[in-house]
Structures are given as structure tokens and as C-alpha cells.
Design a protein around this ligand. Structure first.
Ligand code: SF4
Ligand code: SF4
Ligand code: SF4
Ligand code: FES
Length: 345
């Protein structure tokens, strides 16, 4: 289908017909602040931070407005600035001011947009309302839920429903008491949440944040070692230790998404009790040895137990080729069909 031509801030932009003004602007490197839009999810249009002015139509939310041929869009004007500013000021008015101790400090979209607009948080007294502090839900072993920092953008709800298909959380309560929570506002650990962390990485504020997060000094692209899907991951490394794991958006296996194991299950690498050398039993005791001795011992045992005395279990951590070789060896060399594998860990 032919592309649509429109003008954004005086720049000629070509866009696919089904895209929105926000998507067209971002693709053309024109920044429009936005909080409830996420490229992986259907737009919800709830924050009103992405307002722009369209000639002949006035103010519209850019995340919900499809592009049209000949459209003229302004992302900056006195009216746009006013509604955008009020929308963010209302969000910030009763928001905790302790950014320095917040789990998302320097990674928070609300903080970034407030700075972009130039909002002075000390001037927000006129919007303040009294609000009971909400206890932080620390029940999940990997992330915390601090609903005092929630801006009700709904990204977590849509992520859990549209991407994860779990529907563990939704809006509960009404008005000022509205929050996102599991059914019955129970602790998240008692819900059907699978702890994939997909909502946590998309949450634009510190409402959802990983426990003990440390900023990595570098990232290493690799493949998740847990199962045969082979998700692409970016391991964050700091001081020679793995401190974070992100899905690799360029991986065709997972398109940037991860399950609980791929996202939170890498602490075994640095665990002090992890076996890093082979052990062999000598006089009833397991003792450390080198690979030559360990593999030699296994090869020797193979010669003593053929046919029905032998069975093999391969692993989903291995490649398809390695598993093929394992079954070939078991059948052709050891003379048995007793070969199985663990499909997942
Ligand atoms: S969520 Fe963002 S704006 Fe709120 S306290 Fe944390 S860093 Fe600051
Ligand atoms: S928890 Fe985060 S993602 Fe969910 S609604 Fe609140 S701010 Fe948005
Ligand atoms: S961690 Fe995953 S399963 Fe749990 S609420 Fe978030 S998206 Fe849903
Ligand atoms: S990003 Fe458009 S309304 Fe929130």
C-alpha cells in the first residue's frame, strides 16, 4: 500500500498507512513525550502526555491518531505545552519525591519527561491531595510492587494480557484508590503471576522494579542456557559478575521477551557452591579431579555396561546437533533405545 505523506514540525514524513502520528514521529526521530504507549502493545490513550496539534482538528492524542495524507502536525505549541504540562503535573503532584532512593532512578520515564518539560516539583502544591501510603508488595522474590509510584498507565496490565497471556493483574478500586494489582488485591506471590518480569521491564516508573538492581558496566549478547527455545539474552556484567539479564530484541527466538528463568535465573553462575570442576568417587568420597581423568573413567564404564544395562538422558541445554549425536551414540554404539531428554528445566 502506498505510503502516507504528512508534515510534522515542518518536516516532511512518509509513513505506513496504518501507523499513528506518534509512531510516524518517533520513526522520523521527532520526539513526542509519551507514558502509556509502548511499541509492543496496543495503544490505550490514558496518560494524555502525547498530545499534539493537528491543523484543522486541534489537540489530539498522537498515540491514538492515525496518520492521514497531507496532515500537518505540531508537537510544540502553547496549547500542546499547556495540556502536556498539566497532565504530567497531575501525575507528579502526589508522587513520592525520593527519586534518589527509587529503584528506577535515572531509568524512569516519568522523571525524564518531567525534566524534558521543565517541571519544578516544588510548585505542585495546588494539585496535592491527601493520600494514604500503600504498603509495598515485596512478596515476589525478584521484583517489588510500589503502587505509590504507579501512574496507572496500564502498560503492566496490557503486557500481562497481550504478550504474556497470563492476565495476572488488572485495575482494582476506583478513583484516587485505583491501582493495578492481582485479583482481590492479594500479594503478587499469591496470584497466578509467573514472575516473567515482562511488566517490570516495561513499567515507566519505579512502581515495578527489580530487587537489588545494579547498573551493569557492560552487556554480553548470548543465548539463555535453560531450554531448547534458545532465547537471545543480553547479560549485564559488573565486576566480573552477572547482575542483570535482558531479552535480546534482535533474537528471532524470543523478540526480546524472556521467561522467569531467562530473566532472573542466572545467580547460579556466581554461586559459591556451583561445581566448577569434575568430581569422581574415590573410596566412597567425591573428590575433585581434572577432565582427562573424569572422562577417561566414564569411557571405561561405558565399555562395561552395554545394551539394557545402559540408558542416556540428554539435555535441552544442548544444541540439536549434540542431542542427535547423543541418541546416535546410544543406539549405534551402546545398543539400546533407552534415550530420553529433559524438554525443559
Ligand atoms: S518512579 Fe521515577 S519519578 Fe517516581 S520516584 Fe522513582 S525515579 Fe522518581
Ligand atoms: S505499575 Fe507501572 S506499568 Fe503498571 S500501571 Fe503502574 S506505572 Fe504503569
Ligand atoms: S511478571 Fe509476568 S506474569 Fe507476572 S504480572 Fe508481570 S507480566 Fe504478568
Ligand atoms: S502515550 Fe498517548 S495518551 Fe499516553
Amino acid at each position: 500500500m502506498a505510503k502516507v505523506t504528512l508534515t510534522i514540525d515542518g518536516i516532511g514524513v512518509m509513513a505506513e498507512p496504518e501507523t499513528t502520528v506518534l509512531q510516524a514521529a518517533l520513526a522520523a526521530d521527532v520526539y513526542i513525550p509519551h507514558l502509556c504507549y509502548h511499541p509492543d502493545l496496543r495503544p490505550a490513550g490514558v496518560c494524555r502526555v502525547c498530545m499534539v496539534e493537528v491543523e484543522g482538528r486541534g489537540l489530539v492524542p498522537s498515540c491514538l491518531t492515525p496518520v492521514a495524507e497531507g496532515m500537518t502536525v505540531s508537537t510544540e505549541s502553547p496549547q500542546v505545552d499547556k495540556v502536556r504540562r498539566v497532565a504530567v503535573e497531575l501525575l507528579l503532584a502526589n508522587h513520592p519525591e525520593d527519586c534518589l532512593t527509587c529503584g528506577k532512578n535515572n531509568r524512569c520515564e516519568l522523571q525524564r519527561i518531567a525534566a524534558y518539560i521543565g517541571i519544578d516539583r516544588k510548585q505542585l502544591g495546588r494539585f496535592r491531595r491527601s493520600k494514604e501510603p500503600i504498603p509495598i508488595d515485596t512478596s515476589n522474590p525478584f521484583f517489588n510492587r510500589d503502587m505509590n509510584r504507579c501512574i496507572l498507565c496500564g502498560i503492566c496490565v496490557r503486557t500481562c494480557e497481550e504478550l504474556q497471556g497470563t492476565c495476572a493483574i488488572n485495575y482494582v478500586n476506583r478513583g484516587y484508590k485505583a491501582v493495578t494489582a492481582p485479583f482481590g488485591n492479594e500479594p503478587i506471590a499469591e496470584s497466578n503471576c509467573e514472575a516473567c518480569g515482562e511488566c517490570v521491564v516495561r513499567c515507566p516508573t519505579g512502581a515495578l522494579s527489580c530487587k537489588g538492581f545494579q547498573e551493569p558496566t557492560r552487556e554480553v549478547r548470548t543465548v539463555c542456557p535453560y531450554c531448547g527455545v534458545g532465547c537471545g539474552i543480553r547479560l549485564g556484567v559488573r565486576g566480573g559478575k552477572i547482575v542483570s539479564s535482558q531479552g535480546d530484541p534482535q533474537s528471532l527466538a524470543n523478540h526480546g521477551r524472556l521467561c522467569v528463568k531467562g530473566r532472573f535465573g542466572h545467580d547460579f553462575v556466581n554461586h559459591p557452591r556451583r561445581l566448577t570442576k569434575p568430581l569422581v568417587r574415590k573410596q566412597g568420597e567425591l573428590v575433585e579431579t581434572d577432565w582427562d581423568e573424569a572422562l577417561g573413567l566414564v569411557a571405561e564404564k561405558f565399555t562395561q555396561h552395554k545394551g539394557k544395562q545402559f540408558a542416556a538422558i540428554a539435555s535441552a541445554k544442548c544444541t540439536s546437533e549434540e542431542n542427535y549425536v547423543a541418541q546416535k551414540f546410544t543406539r549405534a554404539v551402546m545398543g539400546t533405545n533407552s534415550i530420553d531428554h529433559c524438554a525443559r528445566l
